[in-house]
Write a protein that binds this ligand. Structure first.
Ligand code: S3P
Length: 179
């Protein structure tokens, strides 16, 4: 069944959602299972710039990063066969979503602020969460971004109590329900 789906795929699968919702792990699993190509937008930007995301934010600023992200979203809108692991802020620019949706179905992964904190607190690579009170920051950003995430989503996967395997299973179920 899944093999059939893989052959039928004409679109990208695009995973969006807040930091720490499991986009990367879920996208890698889906790519493996469906024999598609995994592409992390952040990793692609890092590779092209020769700098880590934190360094780009520090040295060039967030606006510069957002421009790189927008250019890449436009480019990816022309490709197929990818599972795209989009950065948490990609939804903030409606043009990004317009381009990513051109050739893709958009899956929004969601989690509570507390779960997001639990998952992100051991990692230090996210510039926006390098603050004294990360939980307050997560809550503030979730509130600011709520409508952007909802507008972007073709499908919503609640990832609060499931592992990336569970999220990948849910996405596969949706794919299998396609005609
Ligand atoms: C960001 C999320 C990060 C990365 C950058 C900004 C955001 O990606 O793009 O640090 O604005 O939410 P992940 O969601 O993969 O951590």
């Amino acid at each position: 069944m899944l093999q059939f789906y893989a052959m039928k795929i004409t679109k990208n699968l695009v995973l969006v959602g807040f930091m720490g919702t499991g986009k990367s792990a879920t996208a890698k699993l889906l790519a493996q299972r469906l024999k598609l190509v995994y592409l992390s937008m952040d990793e692609e930007i890092e590779k092209r710039q020769g700098m880590k995301i934190c360094e780009i934010f520090e040295k060039k600023g967030e606006a510069y990063f957002r421009k790189l992200e927008a250019d890449l979203a436009k480019e990816l809108g022309l490709k197929t066969g990818l599972v795209i692991d989009a950065g948490g802020g990609v939804v903030l620019n409606p043009d990004n979503i317009k381009y990513l949706r051109k050739n893709g179905k958009i899956f929004l992964l969601t989690s509570s602020a507390e779960k997001i904190l639990e998952r992100t607190k051991k990692e230090g690579h996210r510039p926006l969460l390098k603050v004294a009170d990360p939980l307050a920051k997560i809550k503030e950003l979730l509130k600011q971004r709520k409508t952007f995430y909802q507008k972007a989503a073709d499908y919503i996967i609640d990832c609060d109590d499931i592992t990336p395997e569970g999220s990948a299973d849910k996405i596969e179920e949706i794919l299998n329900s396609f005609e």
